[in-house]
Design a protein around this ligand. Structure first.
Ligand code: FAD
Length: 373
């Protein structure tokens, strides 16, 4: 079990605001500021880049501990932290120097609009943002990012773009202060309503070389993927833990559920250890399916945990004035399967890999005839 990474101030703010962060956008402007004030976004950012240092798993634990209190806040932290990670990975020093200090200070929000790129990689849809050269060192960018979180102005968002220069996409960082960047109103979400989630329209936006996070977007996305997905796993770890704790607290009358609670806890601990080990060894860069499976298994543990909370609470879970946290967690849990890459996309990738592995395997030799005993 990891040490507590939350300040008492952040813990109490999350406790007080968890319901409202899910149900309305009233505190949307404060979420990132609260996380930044508590230093959650600096965890495991190399000290050489101005962060607090630490192991990659610490950043996953940070998101998990926030998610135990509020998945909305955890997803905002994920967006900001994932963008910071792109800046740590990029070879473009100008990009890092331009945006990282403001992201670490919380003066700028980081966002990642890469769900389209993930689907493009799986050949599910074309890229929705196009760029063409403009002068010696610039690009003109146009298109739409239909879903992006943490768009508290000013923000900078990562997007994969198609150019006529090469078939593979580039990854660009686009600053909201540039002419032609238009943020929609917040999307009318079922839950996570204070997450600053909106669409972005890019109308002939001019960017310079500092915006190019990676010319070879595919290899960059592969390198970014282990942290991107592991940080997402933090949301599942935290939400499942919160539900299991609630399920356990509902009383001795529910002893019948304890073996399932223990089993879910053991699975969470083991999956967290798999993430820790994979991040340390670098295994997930070459063996992405191992991490896909972890995310799928965690999503199943989240569903089981929320069910345990419901079954432990019984009818009271339906009374909003008795157990309001259950209703919130039920809604928050509906987000876990659709976070990019969604469970459908992950299952699709795994079944594609299984089919190509089967096609590459030579047909088995006919079984030798059994000797009659
Ligand atoms: C609150 C919220 C915040 C979000 N924030 C962001 C953000 O910050 N950045 C961002 O980029 N996106 C964001 N998204 C978008 C989100 O990540 C997408 O919902 C996600 O990519 C799932 O895509 P989808 O909706 O098309 O559904 P999918 O799960 O992709 O599936 C939709 C359909 O497509 C088909 N399908 C999918 N994959 C396959 C496959 N491999 N093979 C065959 N069929 C398949 C299935 O039949 C399925 O019914 C957010 C969404 C929400 C709800």
């Amino acid at each position: 079990m990891s040490r507590s990474l939350l300040t008492p101030g952040l813990q109490s703010w999350l406790q007080t605001h968890a319901q409202s962060l899910n149900a309305d956008a009233d505190a949307a402007q404060q979420v990132l500021a609260q996380l930044v004030q508590a230093g959650m976004h600096r965890i495991a950012v190399p000290q050489a880049f101005g962060g607090d240092g630490g192991e990659a798993i610490d950043a996953v634990d940070a998101i998990a501990q926030v998610a135990e209190r509020s998945v909305t806040a955890a997803f905002v932290l994920w967006s900001h932290r994932a963008f910071i990670d792109y800046l740590c990975l990029t070879d473009n020093t100008a990009a890092r120097e331009l945006w990282l200090p403001d992201l670490l200070q919380g003066r700028l929000a980081g966002a990642t609009g890469l769900s389209n790129a993930m689907k493009f990689l799986s050949q599910l849809e074309p890229l929705q943002v196009q760029a063409r050269p403009d002068g010696d060192d610039g690009l003109r960018v146009a298109g739409k990012l239909p879903w992006v979180t943490n768009l508290r102005a000013p923000f900078v968002v990562a997007a994969a773009v198609q150019t006529p220069l090469q078939p593979a996409p580039m990854v660009l960082a686009i600053d909201s202060r540039l002419a032609g960047v238009e943020r929609s109103a917040d999307l009318d979400l079922l839950a996570l309503r204070a997450s600053n989630t909106a669409a972005i329209e890019l109308d002939d936006v001019r960017v310079g070389q500092e915006a190019v996070l990676a010319r070879d977007g595919l290899s960059f996305l592969k390198r970014a993927r282990p942290m991107f997905l592991s940080l997402q796993c933090g949301m599942s770890l935290g939400l499942a833990r919160a539900s299991l704790q609630a399920a356990e607290q509902v009383g001795a009358a529910r002893d019948v559920l304890h073996p399932r609670i223990d089993q879910a806890r053991a699975e969470l601990a083991s999956l967290r250890e798999t993430i820790r080990e994979g991040l340390v060894s670098g295994r997930f860069v070459t063996d992405a399916p191992a991490l896909f499976r972890v995310r799928l298994q965690l999503a199943a543990v989240v569903q089981e945990s929320v069910q345990l909370e419901l079954q432990g609470s019984g009818g009271r879970a339906y009374l909003r004035n008795h157990l309001p946290d259950f209703g919130r967690r039920l809604q928050e849990s509906a987000f876990i399967p659709v976070v990019t890459p969604s469970l459908t996309q992950l299952q699709g990738e795994l079944s594609k890999l299984a089919s190509s592995a089967a096609a590459a395997t030579p047909p088995a030799a006919p079984a030798p005839e059994r000797a009659v005993p």
